[in-house]
Design a protein around this ligand. Structure first.
Ligand SMILES: [Cu+2]
Length: 471
């Protein structure tokens, strides 16, 4: 075992476990287990080719040992408890103590040997998504290899032939094992300067995943096909997803892989990025164009690259609005404009838990402390410097700061906006059109969020008429 790597791992809260018989494992690198869901600092390579390591959001990189020129890793497939966000833990399957498993980082041309020990209650395999490798190493159970039985260790070995952004996951009882959280990231750094792979100061990676956990429960339903209720990045939901902290002027790369059952339009505020590559490899320069949202379809991977040249706290999220919500968002009728407060007492006498919600929109949910089942996240939550952020799920923040030190990934806190650069309330007079409803109607409209039926909205619309088209 490479002690240095081991101790680096230990310093991050990882521990070596020896529940598997020590003698039997003597030829195998000791597996490293992670005990928490924090974002580990980048793991600087102490052996082999140097590179600028990635930072895995709410994850870590798997330590390795060098043995006769081969990089050896040890993954243990096992049941894990993953904190999805403070206040909710899920009973998942993963690798080395967490879901996702550790990121594997190697260099183009590296010979890689991965020991996979199966501590699940059923057989498994690992497929190395995107790698060029011998057919027998591709990990499709039944097709390329026999399944790895319960309690057994299999060895995968191949050369990391092309640089890029990859992932790993089982190809055995796939629907169950992926629904339970089995997956991990893989980055192969280029060996030499590559014409299509830019050097960056910050390199982040995470997987898109989704779970269906009933409010109050902790184990995902493995047979759900579409109706997931927890939309996560690396098995974390906002406000449990760490922020991406960078220095003003940094070139930033964010690598994203999608192992959910639907597409995710990933959207960044305040900057334009290019998609610089995918699991297919770096993209030709002619194929890159500025974007602020890019769709990551099922089974795809994308690398977003940009210059972080605008200071501030910039939202970074999936643009499907139900993917930035936590459970409890289903089956709530649209009550906008329905005045039902007078009914509350009557309903509550029959159903004491009944709550009034939604008659003026759902924003109240962000600050409401409603009784939730144990181990359940609020639907919209998180607090920013100006109040509730009213988000959940696939949402985080890119924090760009002048004072952030090179290589410092710690959270700088909230951005202090320079005076005169924030949206403010207008207190002057308003033009008549916005102000000419009778006061009683206006009060009612403000209370219900909907114009009164007696004063149809159409009447307030300026229609094209005489004098408008004869210039
Ligand atoms: Cu999404």
């Amino acid at each position: 075992m490479n002690r240095r790597n081991f101790f680096q791992g230990a310093a991050l809260g990882a521990v070596a476990t020896s529940s598997v018989n020590r003698v039997a494992m003597a030829a195998v690198p000791e597996p490293v287990t992670m005990l928490h869901a924090n974002t580990a600092p980048p793991l600087l390579p102490s052996t082999g080719h140097p590179y600028n390591p990635v930072v895995t959001l709410n994850g870590w990189t798997c330590p390795w040992r060098m043995r006769n020129g081969v990089k050896e890793f040890h993954l243990v497939a096992e049941p894990v408890v993953r904190e999805i966000a403070p206040g909710m833990k899920a009973t998942l399957w993963g690798y080395n103590g967490q879901s996702p498993g550790p990121t594997i980082e190697v260099v183009e041309g590296d010979r890689v040997r991965i020991f996979v020990t199966n501590k699940l209650p059923e057989h498994t395999t690992i497929h190395w998504h995107g790698q060029r490798l011998p057919n027998g190493m591709d990990g499709v159970g039944g097709l390329n290899q026999p399944q790895i039985p319960v309690g057994k260790t299999f060895v995968y070995e191949f050369e990391a032939r092309r640089p890029g952004t990859f992932m790993y996951h089982p190809h055995a009882d796939e629907m169950t094992q992926m629904a339970m959280g089995m997956m991990g990231f893989w980055v192969t750094h280029p060996k030499a300067k590559h014409p299509l792979i830019d050097e960056v100061q910050r390199d982040f990676c995470f997987l898109l995943n989704a779970y269906d956990v009933e409010p109050g429960a902790s184990t995902p339903k493995p047979n759900t096909m579409l109706d997931f209720n927890l939309w996560t990045w690396n098995s974390r939901a906002f406000p449990g997803i760490d922020t991406l902290n960078v220095r003003l002027g940094d070139k930033v790369r964010i690598r994203v892989g999608n192992l959910t059952m639907t597409n995710h339009p990933i959207h960044l505020h305040g900057h334009e990025f290019v998609v610089s590559g995918s699991d297919g490899g770096p993209w030709p320069l002619a194929a890159r164009c500025p974007e602020i949202t890019t769709d990551v379809a099922v089974g795809q991977m994308r690398q977003l690259e940009f210059l972080a040249d605008e200071e501030g706290d910039w939202a970074f999220h999936c643009h499907k609005s139900h993917h930035t919500m936590n459970p409890m968002g289903h089956s709530v009728p649209n009550l906008i404009g329905v005045e039902h407060r007078g009914l509350l007492g009557k309903i509550q006498s029959a159903a004491p838990e009944y709550m009034v919600m939604g008659e003026r929109g759902m924003a109240d949910m962000g600050e409401m402390s409603m009784p939730l089942p144990d181990n359940t996240l609020p639907m919209m939550t998180g607090t920013g410097p100006y109040g509730p952020i009213e988000m959940g799920g696939m949402f985080s923040t890119l924090k760009v700061r002048k004072e952030q030190k090179p290589g410092d990934y710690s959270d700088p806190g909230w951005f202090k906006q320079p005076p005169g650069t924030q949206a403010y309330e207008w207190t002057g007079s308003l033009p008549t059109a916005a102000d000419d409803l009778p006061p009683a109607t206006r009060a009612k409209a403000a209370a219900t969020g909907q114009p009164n039926a007696n004063t149809p909205a159409e009447l307030r619309v300026k229609k094209p008429g005489a004098g408008q088209h004869n210039h």
